[in-house]
Design a protein around this ligand. Structure first.
Ligand code: SF4
Ligand code: SF4
Ligand code: SF4
Length: 357
């Protein structure tokens, strides 16, 4: 997919209201969120980029994962030039998407740097990821942190954290606002849910075009409509939990809490939404929820695969309640599986219907 434009063309289209998306994955990142986004279906990235959604402004996406300007044929200089244009104030408006956590360049010893991309044309020296953020954040219409590394530090920021890795809100400040008055928008997940991100990007593009009100975010800067419920509330296995029926081994269709599922206390819509095109979603398909969307991830939810300490009280209660309720329900199920007596008394049909065969 050609997602970028020649510089002259871009200048022309900028005048026509093109919104540029600069995707920065030069932090501490595995690129998993970029890969995940390719699976989006509601809407798909193709629908966004090719303008298939009514009212969406024209966009130009500068996304290293698929951008042909990153390839050897055109040379990476063309690609990085978009960043320099934004830095010079020649790209307006643009949305800055950040994937990967931001290392603290103040804490390494001596020369070098933790993370960066592209060179500074004035010095010929590499530019640090944090430097790009310093330069571009004040000029961006919106800043979107994508994946739990970029939002809250994620895996790289777990206890020990030799690089001082942090999420964008910790780097820019939780109350930071863009020049258009937008807070940092966080879409966590390790990786992000594809549609959660594509939907958030579409919302922001409509907002930039003046067609949507301020994006509603929770206290952790996540879109409220995506992260307002728990995994447990949308899980296919919640009925087993309520009846105190817990899996003892993987492969069981029952509730996974005893195997380490944190779903009851995790804000995430993945089981409700499914993973790709409505299919899948961690516990629905047998994977424990390890709380990858939470700012406390991973430290507060380790060791993975141990039963969460807090679940012992609630599962004991539901075991007692569930054992009785299951028996009563079984009785009702058996009863419901039989036709009413007025229709069928034992083997005798009592509706007066005359058999003709
Ligand atoms: Fe990779 Fe997860 Fe970090 Fe995304 S949040 S960059 S998927 S480790
Ligand atoms: Fe809740 Fe997890 Fe059990 Fe699903 S598998 S019902 S999310 S505890
Ligand atoms: Fe992460 Fe749990 Fe959501 Fe799966 S269900 S994406 S592990 S928070």
């Amino acid at each position: 997919m050609s997602t970028t434009l020649e510089p002259e063309q871009a200048q022309q289209e900028t005048d026509e209201g093109v919104v540029h998306i600069l995707w920065m994955n030069g932090g501490l990142s595995c690129d998993g969120d970029s890969v995940a986004l390719t699976a989006a279906t509601q809407p798909s990235i193709e629908e966004i980029v090719l303008g298939a959604l009514p009212g969406l402004p024209k966009i130009a996406v500068h996304w290293p994962l698929i951008d042909f300007e990153c390839g050897p044929e055109t040379g990476a200089d063309n690609f990085i030039e978009w960043w320099h244009k934004a830095d010079r104030g020649e790209l307006e408006p643009f949305v800055l998407v950040v994937e990967g956590s931001i290392p603290n360049e103040a804490i390494h010893d001596g020369e070098g740097y933790w993370a960066g991309f592209g060179n500074n044309p004035a010095t010929g020296q590499p530019m640090k990821t944090s430097e790009w953020l310093d330069r571009l954040a004040p000029k961006a219409t919106a800043v979107v942190a994508v994946g739990t590394c970029a939002t809250y530090g994620g895996i790289h920021a777990m206890a020990g954290n030799p690089t001082g890795a942090m999420g964008v809100p910790d780097y820019l400040g939780w109350s930071w606002k863009s020049k258009a008055g937008l807070p940092i928008v966080c879409v966590p997940g390790c990786p992000i849910h594809p549609d959660n991100l594509s939907e958030t990007l579409v919302y922001l593009l409509y907002q930039v075009a003046g067609q949507a009100p301020m994006i509603p975010l929770d206290a952790e800067l996540r879109p409220q409509w995506l992260f307002g419920r728990t995994v447990h509330e949308g899980c296919d296995r919640a009925g087993y939990y309520e009846q105190g029926d817990f899996a003892k081994e993987y492969g069981s269709p029952k509730c996974l809490v005893k195997l380490g599922c944190w779903g009851p206390v995790v804000n995430c819509n993945v089981p409700k939404r499914g993973w790709i095109n409505g299919v899948g979603g961690c516990p629905n398909v047998g994977g424990i929820c390890i709380a990858c969307t939470m700012p406390g991830f991973p430290d507060k939810f380790m060791p993975f695969m141990d039963e969460p300490a807090g679940s012992k009280v609630s599962t004991t209660a539901s075991k007692v309640y569930g054992t009785v309720i299951r028996r009563l329900r079984k009785y009702t199920i058996n009863s419901g599986n039989k036709e009413p007596k007025w229709r069928h008394k034992g083997s005798e049909l009592t509706t007066g219907y005359e058999k003709v065969w």
